[in-house]
Design a protein around this ligand. Structure first.
Ligand SMILES: [Zn+2]
Length: 322
């Protein structure tokens, strides 16, 4: 074992060298839970754009106003913070499955959703679907599919950790029942057990590279070798749990190492996500270049990303933290 083996992969020049010049789009990452260091590392690894789906914050929300502030931050401060590191930020807005079980609150959130889904940079309704597969979850999943249809927006489906196969099938059945075109529906958190049916039925199949619980990227390489690159996309779903916001570029590097064709890597780590979510009419790739002209003196509602006038760049390869 050498010193290089002990370094985190994300700081290894060898890993970044493999994907030099490539651009990545992470279509599922919860940046609200991440730090500014992550934005820096993501930009350095070639991530040019991301989608932040609305999700559960860990602590159950007790009132509709905290949802309002959360949705506002997704289209406001978080988009600004991302832009300060040269990354174009989009989001999907929705009532998450877990909190659909608080029906009093869910009703109030449903009433509020139309105020947010038509805002600039909102590329879909998400992430919605099943967690525990309860009746309340089904009720609000159906209501939000109707909302998506009415707004002409793509849907981003969260599939459950428990009883995943059944939950995934049910999610697709219900989407069809509501008259949604499978091409407008991105089914997330797939695995080897669900991928075939999702693709066969014409849906987009998204994969979350998340340590221990969802997919490892060696398994992801095998999936792409078996199923190809059509309608498949890779994301990190990085959040407040033990997760990795560099999962997309790291998986691209591993695919490269495993001999997967560059064009297939490009499709599953960049292009397919754009094709799917651009159906919202909200994605213009020219914006990815514009956002790279960073001006960190800019403010959002009087606030900057700089704390106490600090210089934000830090050399990640150095062990010294000043
Ligand atoms: Zn998520």
């Amino acid at each position: 074992m050498t010193e290089k083996d002990l370094q985190p992969l994300s700081y290894s020049p060898a890993y970044l060298d493999k994907i030099k010049g490539m651009r990545f789009f992470d279509p599922h990452v919860h940046m609200t839970s991440r730090t500014t260091d992550d934005y820096q590392a993501m930009a350095d690894a070639g991530i040019v754009a991301i989608i932040e789906p609305s999700f559960w914050l860990g602590q159950p929300r007790t009132g509709v106003d905290t949802f309002r502030d959360y949705f506002s931050s997704l289209i406001g401060w978080e988009r600004f913070r991302s832009s300060q590191f040269g990354i174009k930020h989009y989001c999907t807005i929705g009532l998450n499955s877990k909190e659909a079980n608080n029906e009093r609150l869910a009703e109030a959130v449903m009433e509020m959703l139309p105020l947010f889904i038509y805002k600039e940079g909102v590329v879909g309704i998400g992430e919605i679907g099943f967690d525990d597969q309860t009746a309340a979850e089904e009720k609000y999943y159906r209501a939000q599919l109707e909302l998506a249809k009415e707004a002409g927006l793509p849907v981003q489906i969260h599939t459950p950790h428990r009883d995943k196969k059944k939950g995934t099938q049910r999610s697709m059945d219900i989407a069809i029942e509501h008259g949604l075109d499978p091409h407008m529906v991105i089914v997330d958190h797939n695995n080897e057990e669900t991928v075939k049916e999702v693709l066969d039925r014409g849906f987009w199949a998204a994969f979350t590279i998340y340590p221990f619980t969802k997919m490892g990227n060696e398994r992801m390489v095998a999936v792409v070798k078996q199923y190809g690159s059509e309608r498949i996309m890779v994301n990190s779903a990085a959040d407040w749990g033990i997760s990795d916001p560099l999962a997309v570029p790291k998986t691209a590097a591993l695919m490269h190492e495993s001999g997967i064709d560059t064009n297939d890597i490009h499709l599953v780590t960049y292009r397919n996500a754009i094709t799917a979510f651009a159906q919202s009419g909200q994605i213009n790739e020219a914006d990815f270049d514009t956002v790279r002209d960073i001006d960190q003196s800019l403010k959002f509602n009087g606030s900057t990303v700089l704390r106490g006038g600090q210089q934000p760049r830090v050399n990640k390869n150095s062990t010294i933290i000043r």
